[in-house]
Design a protein around this ligand. Structure first.
Ligand SMILES: *Cc1c(COP(=O)(O)O)cnc(C)c1O
Length: 381
C-alpha cells in the first residue's frame, strides 16, 4: 500500500522525490522525457494527456509535485529561470493595474520591472520593506492589484511580516505574491500565512549546486489567475529543459540537509562576527539585534537561512579588499548552493544600485564552519 503523502514530513518527501515509482521498470529515479511531441489517437484525442512540450513536459511532474507539496500549494509550475517565473506573475496582470513592490528587492527583477513592466503599462510603486505601517498605508491608499513581497530581502535581509501584509492586501482584494527564494519552502510557507502565489529562483537553494538555472511558482488556488500564469509560461515560451528539471529534482532530494547545514553555519558565523571591530553591521535575521528578528522567528521555522551581509566600517575600499582576501569563499554572484560565495554587491548591481557600497554579501554553504570563520577572520585583518 502507498503511504499517505499528506502525512509524510517534508524531509521524507524531498529525500524520495515524492516517492514515485513508475511502470514498467519500477525505477526509483524518474526518466528524462526528451520528446517534444506526442501522438494523437485515431480519434484526434491525446491518449497520453500531452500534446507538445512547450505546454508542459512529464519531466516536470515530480519536481512540480514536490514543490507544491512542500509549499502546501494547490499546484506549482517550473519556469526557465526565477526571472521568467516572477515575470509571468506581472504579465498575467493587465496594463493599467497597479503593483506595490518592496523598495529593496532582488536587483535583477527590480530592474526588469522598471525597464519592461512599467513601460508595458503597470503602475509600479514601492514600499519600505522594514515598515509594515508604510506597506499598510500604501496598500490602503493605492489599492494595488498585486502586492509583491520578498523576505528575507536581498541583499540587506529585511523581513516582511507575510501574515500581516497578506491580511492588509486582502482587505483591498490585492493578489499577494512572495519571492521566497532566500527562505526556501522548508523555513517559510507563505501560502499558510495568506499569500496567493509563491515564487522561487530554483537556481538557488532548491537546486543547490550552481548547475541549473530554473524558477518556480506555486499557488494557493488553481484559479483564473493561475490559468493565465500557466498560459503565460507556455505562450511566452520560457520553459525549462527536461534535463534541467531532472537535475532540479535530484538537487531537491537533499534540500533539507543543505538548508539545515547552511542555516547552522550562517547562525554561527553571524554570532561570531556580530560586534567585530572592523564591521558596522552583520545583517542576518537570526541575530536578536536584527530589526526583523521577532517577525522572522515567527514566520521562519528551523533556521533563518544561509544569507547574510557584512558592512565594513572603513567603507567601499575595505569591503572590496576584504572580498579580495577571501580564500575559501568563492568570489561569485548567486546564492543558495553547497559552496560559500561572497561578492561586493554594489559592483554586481552597477549604476543605480541602492546597495550600500560598504556591503559584502555572503551565501553560506555547507562546508565546515570553522573553515569559513577562519577565512572571514583572516580577510578582516
Ligand atoms: C536569483 C534570484 C532571482 C532571479 O532568479 P534567476 O533564477 O537568476 O532568474 C529572483 N529573486 C531572488 C531573491 C534571487 O535570489
Amino acid at each position: 500500500m502507498k503511504p499517505d503523502k499528506s502525512k509524510l514530513h517534508p524531509e521524507t518527501l524531498a529525500a524520495q522525490g515524492m516517492g514515485k515509482v513508475a511502470e514498467p521498470y519500477r525505477d526509483i529515479v524518474p526518466p528524462i522525457y526528451v520528446s517534444t511531441t506526442y501522438e494523437r489517437g485515431a480519434d484526434g484525442a491525446f491518449p497520453g494527456g500531452r500534446t507538445y512540450s512547450r505546454a508542459d513536459n512529464p519531466s516536470y511532474d515530480q519536481a512540480e509535485a514536490l514543490i507544491a507539496s512542500l509549499e502546501g500549494a494547490a499546484a506549482a509550475i517550473l519556469f526557465a529561470s526565477g526571472q521568467a517565473a516572477a515575470a509571468a506573475v506581472f504579465l498575467a496582470l493587465t496594463p493599467g493595474d497597479r503593483v506595490l513592490a518592496p523598495r529593496n528587492m532582488y536587483w535583477g527583477f527590480r530592474k526588469w520591472v522598471l525597464d519592461f513592466a512599467a513601460p508595458w503599462g503597470l503602475g509600479i510603486e514601492f514600499y519600505d520593506n522594514a515598515s509594515i505601517d508604510d506597506l499598510a498605508a500604501k496598500v490602503r491608499a493605492q489599492r494595488p492589484r498585486l502586492l509583491w513581497i520578498e523576505t528575507p530581502a536581498n541583499p540587506t535581509w529585511e523581513i516582511t511580516d507575510i501574515a500581516a501584509a497578506s491580511a492588509i492586501a486582502r482587505e483591498v482584494g490585492a493578489i499577494v505574491a512572495v519571492d521566497s527564494t532566500a527562505a526556501t519552502p522548508l523555513l517559510t510557507r507563505p501560502i499558510e500565512l495568506g499569500a496567493h502565489i509563491v515564487m522561487h529562483s530554483a537556481t538557488k537553494y532548491l537546486n543547490g549546486h550552481s548547475d541549473v538555472v530554473a524558477g518556480v511558482l506555486a499557488t494557493a488556488a488553481d484559479d483564473a489567475l493561475w490559468q493565465r500564469i500557466r498560459y503565460q509560461r507556455g505562450g511566452g515560451g520560457a520553459v525549462l529543459g527536461p534535463l534541467e528539471a531532472w537535475l532540479l529534482l535530484r538537487g531537491m532530494r537533499t534540500l533539507h540537509l543543505r538548508v539545515g547545514a547552511a542555516c547552522a553555519n550562517a547562525q554561527a558565523i553571524a554570532e561570531r562576527f556580530n560586534g567585530h571591530p572592523k564591521l558596522s553591521h552583520v545583517l542576518y535575521p537570526g541575530l536578536a539585534t536584527h530589526p526583523g528578528h521577532a517577525v522572522a522567528a515567527r514566520q521562519m521555522h528551523g533556521g533563518f537561512g544561509g544569507m547574510m551581509s557584512l558592512r565594513l566600517k572603513a567603507g567601499e575600499g575595505a569591503a572590496k579588499a576584504f572580498t579580495a582576501r577571501l580564500r575559501v569563499f568563492k568570489r561569485a554572484t548567486s546564492l543558495g548552493s553547497v559552496e560559500s560565495l561572497a561578492e561586493h554587491r554594489a559592483s554586481v548591481e552597477g549604476p543605480g544600485t541602492q546597495c550600500p557600497a560598504d556591503l559584502v554579501r555572503l551565501s553560506i554553504g555547507v562546508e565546515h564552519v570553522e573553515d569559513l570563520i577562519g577565512d572571514i577572520e583572516q580577510a578582516l585583518t
